[in-house]
Ligand binder design. Structure first.
Ligand code: NAI
Ligand code: MG
Length: 343
């Protein structure tokens, strides 16, 4: 019996920097074997775009992302200290991808914590990542003083709160922990806490709200991660805590994320371009594959997503079919082939 062909779905593809091209290639192979109906529109961004266009984020790339409204993205390198502004941040701003959804679930039966199942929702466009910062020169020291401003509007906070509570209702999650530092950053994270608490009233009886100060939350996460269901937090705390949570389940090789707005969505790994292992063919593509599973779900292709998730779980359950970051021996390509064999 031949299945009815699925309607092709146009999707922008950014291969990214560092290990990006390696994990993207592995992901494309698995998606192809799965029969996912994505029609790829390959575009440039990051270091490869500078080489070819002199611009790390060409307008044509953003335009294509607006048209397809769907992007699969490899990690992009951002220079430390000086250099160009983060393309990741610019992409989220340009496409108004205000919600960053980062789920983490224990997939290794022999992992440190067998029962982690946390969805972290991060406000993705405001806070300290708005890039409003500068140095002040005193005498002949151009870097005598550094100043950074965090910006959040009530509207930003309402939008992300509603997104998180609606996500909880839609996915059957029962508790949201709002994570803040409103004891010190009383305005910036105080407004966040205040708004989340107000929106939570609309969901009383359906979704419980708890609050935690970020430092305590960081400690509680390593002590007893199973107590957390969903975490809702501001941009920078979300960035930091999502790497910490990835560590609980085995590392960054296993943590996917979605950047979602009202008009577009972009799927990627939580991790970056991993320059320390780039070009060696040893990167773990699971995080991007899980991001691809989220993308399939976003496109209502639930059966394909479930098939992909099951193949990943089966492959990871076997110590012999893991990549090096998880104590295995497989190369990126061999791991992709093992996943395909388990589809
Ligand atoms: P990173 O996430 O690239 O790497 C941290 C550590 O985890 C490294 O030891 C790396 O080898 C390891 N790792 C990451 N992904 C892995 C994978 N798939 N398989 C096996 N090991 C993996 O963070 P780092 O080194 O701080 O940043 C490198 C660059 O990536 C920077 O330019 C940063 O700005 C950028 N970045 C980009 C992101 C994005 O595109 N969304 C997110 C985070 C960082
Ligand atoms: Mg990060």
């Amino acid at each position: 019996m031949t299945a009815t062909p699925l309607t092709p779905i146009p999707c922008t593809l950014l291969r990214g920097d560092g290990i990006g091209p390696e994990i993207v290639e592995a992901t494309l192979q698995v998606l192809d074997a799965l029969g996912a109906p994505f029609q790829w529109h390959e575009q440039l961004a990051g270091l490869n775009a500078i080489e070819r266009h002199g611009d790390p984020l060409p307008e044509a790339t953003i335009e294509n992302m607006r048209q397809t409204r769907l992007t699969l993205k490899g990690p992009l390198t951002t220079p430390i200290g000086g250099g160009f502004r983060s393309i990741n941040v610019r992409l989220r701003e340009a496409l108004k991808l205000y919600a960053n959804v980062r789920p983490a679930r224990s997939l290794l039966p022999d992992g440190k914590f067998p029962d982690v199942d946390i969805v972290l929702i991060r406000e993705n466009t405001g806070g300290f990542y708005v890039g409003v910062e500068h140095f002040i020169q005193i005498g002949d020291d151009p870097h005598a003083v550094a100043e950074a401003t965090g910006i959040l509007t009530r509207e930003n906070c309402q939008r992300i709160s509603k997104y998180a509570f609606e996500y909880a209702v839609a996915t059957g999650r029962k508790k949201i922990t709002v994570v803040h530092k409103a004891n010190i950053l009383k305005a910036l994270t105080g407004l966040f806490l205040e708004t989340v608490t107000t929106i939570a009233k609309e969901y009383e009886g359906r979704v419980k709200l708890e609050e935690r100060i970020v430092d305590n939350c960081a400690m509680q996460l390593v002590l007893n991660p199973a107590q957390f269901d969903m975490i809702l937090t501001t941009n920078m705390f979300g960035d930091i805590l999502s790497d910490e949570i990835a560590g609980l389940i085995g590392g960054l090789g296993l943590a996917p994320g979605a950047n979602v707005g009202d008009d577009a969505a972009m799927f990627e790994a939580v991790h970056g371009s991993a320059p320390d292992i780039a070009g060696q063919g040893i990167a773990n593509p699971t995080a991007l594959l899980l991001a691809a599973a989220m993308m399939l779900e976003h496109c209502s292709l639930h059966a394909l997503a479930a098939q992909l998730r099951a193949a990943l779980a089966k492959t990871l359950a076997n110590k012999a079919t893991r990549t090096r970051d998880l104590g295995g021996q497989l190369s990126t390509g061999d791991y992709a082939r093992a996943v395909i064999a388990n589809l």
